[in-house]
Design a protein around this ligand. Sequence first.
Ligand SMILES: NC(=O)c1ccc[n+]([C@@H]2O[C@H](COP(=O)([O-])OP(=O)(O)OC[C@H]3O[C@@H](n4cnc5c(N)ncnc54)[C@H](OP(=O)(O)O)[C@@H]3O)[C@@H](O)[C@H]2O)c1
Length: 110
Amino acid sequence: MRILLIGATGTIGKAIAAALGRRHEVLLASRQQAPLQVDIADPASIRGLYAKVGKVGAVISAAGEARFKPLDELSDADFRFSLDSKLMGQVNVVRYGLGSVPPEVFGSTW
Ligand SMILES: NC(=O)c1ccc[n+]([C@@H]2O[C@H](COP(=O)([O-])OP(=O)(O)OC[C@H]3O[C@@H](n4cnc5c(N)ncnc54)[C@H](OP(=O)(O)O)[C@@H]3O)[C@@H](O)[C@H]2O)c1
């Protein structure tokens, strides 16, 4: 199966790539260091990645950042950064990928 792995250069992503790479074609993506580049906090970047890779059998996300500080030190920009990456980044990886994976991947509720 062709599997798109986002966050492929991270601690978790590297382990996933090693485990799945033995039996599948794993397409390695990350923000800076993988062969395929994507910023999941940027919707246009996610769409560009899907346009580049075409159809895949599955998508795995092991990416997403958040800013951690004492609550009274977190700024609006810190919350926005975390929500754009950790929350909407993951949501948009799914939303924009709907046309790139077989319909059965999402089951009957989608
Ligand atoms: N490790 C844990 O124990 C643990 C536990 C719970 C949750 N998590 C979560 O699981 C995810 C992966 O954890 P990890 O420990 O493997 O992290 P990591 O070692 O810091 O690796 C992060 C990976 O995500 C990529 N990345 C970061 N921001 C990105 C963005 N905006 N767009 C695309 N790729 C991006 C990095 O790419 P570049 O290197 O190219 O920048 C890297 O490949 C994170 O969301 C983390 O919060 C981890």
